[in-house]
Design a protein around this ligand. Structure first.
Ligand SMILES: Nc1nc2c(c(=O)[nH]1)N[C@H]1C(S)=C(S)[C@@H](COP(=O)(O)O)O[C@H]1N2
Ligand SMILES: [Mo]
Length: 217
């Protein structure tokens, strides 16, 4: 117990020294579960699951799990930052990069598509500019640390957004911008706020600027 506390403190000191700990955050070794509403149930073969690409795209898509699994895969290691002040370091995710789907012509955004709204089960949504969704520090993730996502962490698909250890990402956001139980991405011309953004959380949510709340409430 004491050892664990000491180890945590040491790691926290180290990531702080490495400039990887955003202001007001502290390090956790656990993986807290945070969401509004309840964890959805899917059939074990996911035959009741699909994923849609809608809005300002050339061809709207609807993929079932077998189709989704065949999309090109990417792995990233990132630090994640929750607005409730925990940060978790060196988390490894595997999944699909939106940039790859667009680079390979699998998704063709229409001119004027500048924003993305993530549609999730359990009545959740969250928004990011398309330019941010295309960065290497954003992934549509199916696996965490080599294992399929746990149900409470968004199985079978969620968005993750984080920071790299060398801080080479151009922009990142608090972890609420990563929708669990992701069911669709809507391409939009104008920004549309998601669940927490409508409730007064900051629209950009950059942890390095401590953009927690919008200040308008
Ligand atoms: N569908 C859905 N996704 C969600 C949420 C939610 O309430 N519903 N909460 C967000 C918030 S506030 C956080 S901090 C992260 C937490 O992810 P975790 O439970 O895997 O740690 O999920 C985000 N994604
Ligand atoms: Mo959160």
């Amino acid at each position: 117990m004491l050892d664990r506390i000491r180890r945590r403190r040491e790691r926290e000191k180290q990531v702080r020294k490495e400039n990887r700990l955003p202001p007001g955050q502290s390090l956790t070794e656990k993986f807290p579960v945070l969401h509004y509403g309840s964890t959805p149930h899917y059939k074990s073969d996911l035959s009741d699951w699909n994923f849609r690409i809608i809005g300002l795209v050339e061809d709207e898509k609807r993929w079932n799990w077998d189709e989704f699994k065949r999309l090109p895969k990417t792995k990233v290691v990132m630090d994640i930052h929750c607005v409730t002040r925990w940060s978790k370091f060196d988390t490894e995710w595997e999944g699909v990069s939106l940039k790859t789907l667009i680079d390979e012509g699998i998704i063709i955004p229409k001119p004027g598509a500048n924003y993305i709204l993530q549609h999730c089960d359990s009545n959740y949504s969250t928004n990011l500019p398309l330019s941010v969704m295309l960065k290497d520090n954003v992934l549509l993730a199916t696996h965490f640390n080599g294992e399929p996502l746990e149900r409470d962490h968004g199985y079978p698909l969620r968005v993750v957004i984080g920071s790299f250890a060398d801080r080479s990402e151009e922009q990142t956001a608090y972890f609420w911008k990563g929708g669990k139980w992701l069911r669709g991405l809507e391409f939009l011309a104008e920004d549309r706020r998601g669940f927490w953004e409508k409730a007064g959380y900051h629209n950009e949510a950059d942890p390095w600027k401590e953009q927690r709340f919008s200040g308008s409430f």
